[in-house]
Design a protein around this ligand. Structure first.
Ligand SMILES: [Zn+2]
Length: 174
């Protein structure tokens, strides 16, 4: 879907800005492998850049669903993403999973994160699935491979939007 707006003058310098549609490596969402396709972008010669990401709530929900279904154990930043998608603090997560209060920080830290065990991994996914009313999740739990490792550095998740909304496509590096 191509969204067209009239180009606005730059708020910083009042020059006319150039409109492009660019792919955006969307690290701000907390997942390092998400690329948004053809995002409406306004650029000014002075260096200002404005991007318009449509339907953000739908996009973030779709990314959470993608993590619920993903093969391989949840990685530290994916645990953070899912916890935040539930609107929970680390203390909330510890209470819900009946783990020690310090445990979520150990799972989520950047340096040497502790691996979540498969039971907690599945439970966190289930909580997100319930929250999003993903009714097929429980039926498919037995088929989820939460032990295989597939490092995220080899993955790209492309998200693009059309009339029907956001879609994702997972790409594997050769
Ligand atoms: Zn400017």
């Amino acid at each position: 879907m191509t969204i067209e707006f009239p180009a606005q003058p730059c708020p910083a310098c009042d020059q006319e800005m150039t409109v492009t549609h660019e792919d955006l490596h969307y690290e701000e969402c907390g997942l390092p492998y998400v690329v948004l396709k053809n995002i409406y972008t306004e650029r000014c010669e002075c260096g200002q850049i404005f991007r318009t990401i449509p339907k953000m709530a739908e996009l973030h929900r779709l990314l959470a669903l993608q993590l619920v279904k993903k093969s391989g154990p949840l990685e530290n930043f994916e645990i953070t993403y899912l916890r935040k998608s539930l609107g929970w603090s680390k203390a909330d997560l510890a209470r819900k999973l009946h783990v020690q209060r310090t445990q979520p920080s150990k799972w989520e830290r950047e340096e040497n994160p502790t691996k979540m065990n498969p039971q907690n991994d599945l439970l966190l996914r289930a909580l997100v699935a319930v929250n999003n009313r993903i009714t097929s999740y429980v039926d498919n739990m037995e088929n989820l491979n939460v032990k295989a490792t597939r490092p995220h550095v080899h993955r790209t998740l492309e998200a693009s939007i059309d009339e029907k909304g956001w879609h994702t496509e997972e790409l594997e590096a050769a």
